[in-house]
Design a protein around this ligand. Structure first.
Ligand code: SF4
Ligand code: SF4
Length: 94
């Protein structure tokens, strides 16, 4: 019966529709993290973390020269200027 067919052909999300919708969610922006296996503050001038110096938002900071930097919980904007200046290539995108 055509009337019944019309009712059931209205758009009802299927499982594959739901997969498509979730696939369109924007991917989270990559952020900068310190790889402490690679970080060697002795490679930086006077032990001052070049990456922390470069970060204008102070996401990376260093309490003491010759110590690896810490990261704050503030949102990293993902500019990766810090990555460019780290001599040990210890800043990674994740
Ligand atoms: S610039 Fe790189 S190597 Fe130097 S202290 Fe910072 S993270 Fe470590
Ligand atoms: S990616 Fe940019 S905002 Fe994030 S820690 Fe590095 S310099 Fe700072």
């Amino acid at each position: 019966m055509p009337a019944v067919f019309t009712i059931w052909s209205s758009p009802i999300p299927t499982q594959s529709d739901q997969i498509l919708v979730s696939a369109k969610k924007p991917m989270p922006k990559p952020k900068a993290y310190v790889d402490y296996n690679k970080c060697d503050p002795y490679l930086c001038h006077d032990g001052i973390c070049a990456a922390a110096e470069e970060c204008e938002l102070r996401i990376l900071y260093q309490d003491t020269p010759y110590e690896p930097p810490e990261t704050t919980s503030a949102p990293c904007k993902g500019c990766f200027k810090c990555m460019l200046v780290c001599p040990a290539k210890a800043i990674v995108k994740m």
